[in-house]
Design a protein around this ligand. Sequence first.
Ligand code: ATP
Ligand code: MG
Length: 223
Amino acid sequence: MLKRIGVMGGTFDPVHIGHLRMAEEALEAFGFDELLFIPAADPPHKTEKSLRAFEHRLRMLELAVDAHPKFRVSDLEGRLPGKSYTVITLGRLQEEYGPEAELYFLVGLDAFVELDTWWNYRELFERARMVVLSRPGYEEEDVGLFLARKVSPFYEMDRNCTSFTHPTLLPVHCMKNTHLEISSTLIRRLSSQGRSIRYLVLPEVLRYIEKNKLYRGLSNPVQ
Ligand code: ATP
Ligand code: MG
């Protein structure tokens, strides 16, 4: 039996219950043996100075997933030099896990429809199966449109509209999940205003943020 590995990338500045619940629902639906959270060290989309240090973001993830038997955190992008590119990360994971593992890259629909701005994005569809998670304000049909326009016209949708298959590329799956309208941006904003973020992040993460004063007095919390 092939091992199924879920992979979730992001800046996780900080990790919140939206991320965790999304990961839990995907894990349950796809029966992953393991789900890796991979914080981006130096994401091409966000400027470096606007992010908390990689070590802080990594540590918050470790605190958040510690009690989960199948969630893991990988510092892989922190160990790779230069910008963090998902295609490279997935290649490394393929090498690490070998041919007996299937990688499933989890991505919210908001991020999916912007994948064409990622470096060498077409290659993502060769390296990992995709699981596209629904997000408020985004239509599921955007998945098929994006694939046909930006990746390949040869995708075929299954009868339940939950998967797309392709003669040479890996399948793309869609998943409906509980919508929690929480973002790290919201948490940074509340925290920088001295307001409560309790119940938006796990208690361990809340303590870490407070102890290290991570988001106090940010002049622009959107960053
Ligand atoms: P920011 O506000 O800084 O952009 P974020 O909350 O959007 O942060 P990211 O680290 O940018 O978090 O996102 C990582 C991944 O998590 C993306 O695939 C994104 O679609 C997904 N994601 C973010 N927030 C949620 C949420 N509330 N529910 C489900 N998935 C989410
Ligand atoms: Mg985001």
